[in-house]
Design a binder for this molecule. Structure first.
Ligand code: 13P
Length: 260
């Protein structure tokens, strides 16, 4: 079973729509100039909601070798939910990927596994792929229960999803202590948890589904460390924060993401 690696840049709350256009054009140009084959490593940018329409326009018009997406979605379909954006609205903008349950949503907005689960269902129903984020805070890592903690959070986030719905899920393991800190989990640390995630998916959905599901690592990924992370057997790509804001650096990550 081959899983196409995915390098997804999570811009977080950075780059307005004009900056987004410049960044995406530069990123795409570098990938095109370096003859990057999108079939070997997929590249995606998860941009602020206000950037999506602009990014869609240039990606579509110039057929850029990039997917784009959002960083969150509402649990609701429509109605009196001030400030929320629905899965249908994102689908209308041609979005491919939507991050769900990022640790910053969990920490600053109290998002729970149950809410993440609802969001994943809404996205699957709209034909969109979720990037479901899980990962332990530092105190759990220090206590040595990071594997159980992360698998348990994933279990809640994927609760009662059908195999068809799971086909629209990418998992991202992002240890909270490694996000934006410069502190990278070692490739062995990442493989330990990601291997356990794949085993858990095999228990829940069977070996074939587990073999087909992409699991990414996120946390201080840069061009200097991506190759050793990608060398691990269960790691299928990266969710990249800070380093994805620089198109030259992110293009390098995409190109280096090719596994042997
Ligand atoms: P950094 O790459 O900046 O550590 O962020 C990781 C992240 O949170 C991606 O979603």
């Amino acid at each position: 079973m081959t899983r196409t690696p995915l390098m997804a840049g999570n811009w977080k709350m950075n780059l307005d729509h004009l900056e987004a256009i410049a960044t995406v054009q530069k990123l795409a140009q570098i990938l095109i100039d370096s003859k990057h084959d999108a079939a070997t490593v997929e590249a995606a940018v998860l941009v602020p909601f206000t950037d999506i329409r602009s990014v869609q326009t240039i990606v579509d018009a110039d057929k850029l070798p990039l997917a784009y997406g959002a960083q969150d979605v509402s649990e609701h379909d429509s109605g009196a939910y001030t400030g929320e954006i629905s899965a249908a609205m994102l689908a209308k903008l041609g979005v491919t990927y939507v991050a769900v349950g990022h640790s910053e949503r969990r920490e600053y907005h109290g998002e729970t596994d149950a809410q993440v689960n609802t969001k994943v269902r809404k996205l699957a129903a709209a034909g969109l792929t979720s990037i479901v984020c899980v990962g332990e805070p530092l105190e759990i890592r220090k206590a040595g229960t990071h594997v159980e903690y992360t698998v348990d959070s994933l279990k809640g986030s994927l609760a009662d999803l059908s195999a068809d719905e799971l086909a629209k899920v990418v998992v991202a393991y992002e240890p909270v202590w490694a996000i934006g800190t410069g502190e990278v989990a070692t490739p062995e640390d990442a493989q330990e948890v990601i291997g356990a995630i794949r085993e858990a998916i095999a228990q829940w959905y069977g070996a074939d589904v587990a073999a087909a599901t992409r699991v990414l690592y996120g946390g201080s990924v840069k061009s200097g460390n991506v190759a050793e992370i990608m060398a691990k057997p269960d790691i299928d790509g990266a969710l990249v924060g800070g380093a994805s804001l620089d198109p030259e650096e992110f293009a390098k990550i995409v190109i280096l993401g090719k596994t042997a």
